[in-house]
Design a binder for this molecule. Structure first.
Ligand code: CTP
Length: 402
């Protein structure tokens, strides 16, 4: 487990009834050796006094842009640079929305915007607010921008309603942050190559043969790998979605399978490759230079020829240290066939799924997969889960493969 000792933490406290839990949270963080700087919103002061929190943290609590007694400016930029971790606990729906859209009308949100460290947000609110599409959208946007949302817990809420919205206990918050930080370093220094999305095979300048792949699995894998510290090159066909830009992410956009192969071969050094793209098996033998006119062809036959098998070719060229992971989408899950595919393409791990499962496959947010390793040490059928979780499960197998 990583140590919080010596870490600089800005703790944002907002106007939720759970603000009282910030007191124990500060004690735990200080006990773990962290330096804690509390920033409160005006509403938070209605729930717990700055005096309590400054006593526990051993530093004056900051609430406003200026110190009203002497006019000193509280620099959000300096605080942002100082912070290794920026934790908002409890986070109200209002603060989450402001953070999500950069509405910087208080010190807490300006600090967030200036922060370069990791961001953790622990929401606490009534169940209807928690499940409101607006809150869900704020959380999704913050997640997309790299924050980790520490999900609220189920239980009795301040309104006496029972449901999701409770701030986790401070011990649990610290445990989740430590666990997440631990994960954040598992791929540090590793270079990943990921193929993603469909390929388009050109018929003429305006028409192509393609498929329904959205690129969501590739996006989830790239973002999760980045979160775990990796450097990622994503070679993507014309996908509907792309990962959020990041300094450790390089995106190479391609259209056809031939271009995808060339782009993959141009990535000269990587330790792990994940072949997630839905590559068209065939391409048009003679693509037309000019748009095909309807009158000129009362009927039309297109001759197709096989595309290169990118995973298989890269597999032949890989060295022993490199790990290759592939996908297998089958109509029926026949493990023998999957193992055969793993051999043919030199995969060390294969992620198999079938179109028979509802919620699995192309264009969905979820997937039900079975993981199989070449050496037989992994054979796990996972339940239906969202693609982010599938990505995490796949990347978590890496230490077992190397
Ligand atoms: N793949 C690839 N290049 C291709 C075809 C597939 O890199 N031309 C990769 C995919 O990204 C995936 C894996 O190979 O990781 C398996 O793809 P799949 O379509 O299941 O395999 P096919 O070789 O097309 O076999 P089949 O359709 O006959 O089952």
């Amino acid at each position: 487990m990583p140590n919080l000792s010596g870490k600089h933490i800005v703790l944002g406290v907002t106007g939720s009834i759970a603000a009282y839990k910030a007191a124990s949270l500060i004690r735990l963080l200080v006990k773990a050796g962290a330096e804690v700087q509390v920033v409160m919103t005006a509403a938070a002061k209605e729930f717990i006094t700055p005096l309590t929190l400054s006593t526990l943290s051993g530093r004056p609590v900051l609430c406003d842009f200026f110190d009203h007694s002497d006019g000193t400016w509280h620099s959000h930029v300096e605080l942002g640079l100082w912070a290794d971790l920026f934790i908002v606990a409890p986070a109200t729906a209002s603060t989450m929305a402001k953070m999500a859209y950069g509405i910087a009308d208080n010190l807490l949100v300006t600090c967030y915007l200036a922060t370069r460290g990791r961001v953790y947000i622990a929401p606490a609110m009534d169940l209807d607010m928690y499940r409101h599409p607006s809150t869900i959208a704020s959380a999704a946007r913050l997640r997309e921008m790299g924050a980790t949302i520490l999900e609220a817990e189920e239980g009795e809420l301040a309104s006496h309603l029972i449901g999701k919205g409770r701030l986790p206990e401070p011990e649990e918050i610290v445990r989740r942050i430590e666990e997440d930080m631990d994960k954040a370093t598992t791929l540090t220094g590793k270079q990943l190559l990921i193929t993603s999305g469909p390929t388009y095979e050109r018929i003429d300048p305006v028409r192509f043969i393609g498929n329904y792949s959205s690129g969501r699995m590739g996006k989830a894998l790239a973002e999760q790998a980045i979160r775990m510290g990796a450097e990622v090159t994503l070679v993507t066909g014309p996908a509907q979605v792309l990962p959020t830009p990041h300094e450790r992410l390089r995106v190479i956009r391609v259209e056809s399978a031939d271009e995808m192969l060339e782009a993959c071969r141009s990535v000269t050094s990587y330790q792990i490759a994940i072949f997630c793209a839905a590559v068209a098996d065939y391409k048009v033998a003679h693509p037309e230079e000019q748009k095909v006119k309807r009158e000129s062809r009362p009927s039309m036959t297109i001759e197709l020829v096989p595309n290169p098998d990118i995973a298989a070719l890269m597999g032949k060229e890989k060295d022993k240290e490199q790990i290759h992971i592939g996908f297998a989408l089958e109509t029926h899950l026949d493990l023998e066939q999957v193992r055969d595919k793993m051999e043919r393409k030199s995969f060390d791990l294969i992620v198999a799924n079938t179109l028979e499962d509802e919620g699995a496959g192309f264009g969905t947010d979820t997937n039900r997969v079975t993981l199989l390793s070449r050496d037989g040490s992994i054979e796990r059928s996972l339940p239906l889960m969202d693609k982010e979780q599938v990505a995490l499960e796949i990347l978590n197998t890496l230490p077992q493969l190397s």
